[in-house]
Design a protein around this ligand. Structure first.
Ligand SMILES: [Zn+2]
Length: 201
């Protein structure tokens, strides 16, 4: 089974406040015992990840005999790819493209599937967003209106943000074993509604 991740996107972070907001999110997750302050290159791909936090054994309770266990749940104790990356710079959910389902135009509400004509301009928008400082836009192949890529509604959410937290191989945030809601905690820390998304390598 290939590695997957859940991610939380801060929709209001920008180039100016990204560092401060990412630090606030990181510190809040550490205080709650969800992630550890200790980082490692071994627990994520190509970056630096925080190790799973010391309170997870209490925060996520697996009930034996209940079909509670997400089939992909890795044991945090194995210390495989199970870290949390906090991104404090431009981030696109690039591995969201491997599980991409749809994109909806905010103007005409036409929905485009994962083999449709939206995929080429959407891929171009990724490199534009990462390389350029001006806003990244996307033109609807149907109504021809051009709008910011962030205003499109996609499944999964593709990021196009300045702060994100990426949880490698963690159980789904809505899995019944959770005694807490990580998206709710992150939303309180950042004082905005974070967006939950996912991707697979
Ligand atoms: Zn449209």
């Amino acid at each position: 089974m290939s590695d997957y991740y859940l991610a939380l996107v801060d929709p209001v972070a920008n180039v100016t406040n990204a560092k401060e907001r990412a630090n606030r999110l990181r510190d809040g997750l550490i205080v709650n015992g969800i992630i550890s302050a200790e980082t490692s290159e071994e627990c994520v791909y190509g970056g630096l990840g925080h190790l799973p936090g010391p309170h997870l054994k209490d925060l996520y309770v697996l009930v034996e005999g209940l079909s509670d266990r997400p089939p992909e749940l890795r044991d945090w104790d194995t210390l495989g790819i199970c870290g949390v990356e906090i991104h404090a710079e431009k981030w696109v959910n690039v591995f969201g493209f491997t599980v991409f389902e749809s994109a909806k135009c905010p103007a005409c509400e036409k929905t485009f599937g994962n083999r449709s004509e939206i995929m080429t301009p959407l891929s171009a928008a990724v490199s534009h967003f990462l390389k350029r400082d001006e806003p990244t836009t996307l033109q609807c192949p149907s109504c021809q209106k051009t709008q910011t890529v962030q205003s499109w509604i996609t499944t999964p959410h593709l990021g196009f943000c300045h702060v994100a937290a990426q949880f490698w191989n963690w159980p789904r945030f809505d899995a019944p074993g959770w005694q807490i809601s990580i998206p709710e905690i992150a939303s309180r820390i950042l004082e905005t509604n974070v967006v939950t998304t996912y991707g697979r390598m």
